[in-house]
Design a protein around this ligand. Structure first.
Ligand SMILES: Nc1ncnc2c1ncn2[C@@H]1O[C@H](COP(=O)(O)OP(=O)(O)OP(=O)(O)O)[C@@H](O)[C@H]1O
Ligand SMILES: [Mg+2]
Length: 238
């Protein structure tokens, strides 16, 4: 097993650090076991693995939706388990998450869902409108601007979820199965947008089953197998 890896992309400065992290769910499910990994500022990192391998759990730990049973997680040198109140809220604003189960406000429109993170950080309405339109255009969803998200197809909801995650240009973008419901052309559009965010400086972690999006990548690919992490491509050991 190779759990301690360095990055090949990004600036070289560690942004996300997991040190001997385990996550158990009661009664006896070990979702993650002794994971140590460093992700650099500006890196695009692919996390692959079979269903149940622990991908979503790892992303949930990084955005502090779940807490580790053992080990330490640092973001920008700060241990997130010890963060509370305003500091934690501020950190969360810097992390955009596209959830596997979307978590959209299904009684609100597409544009309202995408605008949320920008409204929370008091962006100007004019800027918000421009950004929403831009994202919808890039994701081939311009005609869904005023649609209620609960009435959209799964593939459309998935893209709205992604747009919401990246709208406010977060420092870290966590994406869980971004292309699970998409055809090849739309998958390409999603990856183009993520690459654009990455080039603009975002550090991105993508959990995926879809080998079409990481097959030819020069970025680091690591695989979770039964809660343990293995190097597949990229990184210093290959
Ligand atoms: N809240 C929970 N309570 C109990 N067990 C959980 C919980 N969340 C996840 N698990 C278990 O932890 C393991 C890892 O789940 P996880 O959702 O992280 O897998 P995954 O790699 O994202 O799978 P998939 O590809 O199907 O999305 C699984 O065995 C799952 O059943
Ligand atoms: Mg998952």
């Amino acid at each position: 097993m190779n759990t301690q890896m360095t990055n090949t992309t990004g600036t070289g400065e560690t942004l996300i650090e997991m040190i001997k992290v385990s996550k158990a769910y009661p009664p006896d499910i070990v979702a993650l076991e002794n994971i140590s990994v460093s992700i650099a500022t500006g890196e695009m990192f692919f996390l692959i693995g079979m269903s149940g391998a622990g991908k979503t759990t790892l992303l949930k730990l990084l955005c502090s939706m779940e807490t580790p049973s053992k080990g330490l997680i640092e973001i920008g040198g700060n241990p997130i388990q010890q963060m509370k109140g305003h500091k934690l809220a501020k950190l969360r604003q810097k992390i955009g998450v596209a959830y596997q189960d979307f978590k959209l406000l299904t009684d609100r429109t597409t544009s309202e869902n995408i605008a949320i993170s920008m409204e929370v950080s008091y962006k100007k309405p004019q800027l918000i409108r421009k950004r929403v339109r831009e994202l919808l255009e890039q994701l081939d969803l311009s005609d869904k601007h005023d649609s209620i998200t609960g009435e959209l197809s799964r593939g459309e909801q998935q893209r709205v979820t992604l747009a919401r995650a990246i709208a406010n240009s977060p420092t870290i973008i966590l994406v869980d199965e971004p292309t699970g419901n998409l055809d090849a052309t739309t998958t390409e559009k999603v990856m183009k947008l993520l690459t654009k965010s990455n080039k603009a400086g975002a550090t991105i972690v993508i959990a995926t089953h879809d080998d079409s999006i990481y097959r030819d990548t020069s970025h680091r690919v690591m695989e979770l197998r039964k809660g343990q992490m293995y190097s597949i491509a990229g990184g210093a050991s290959l």
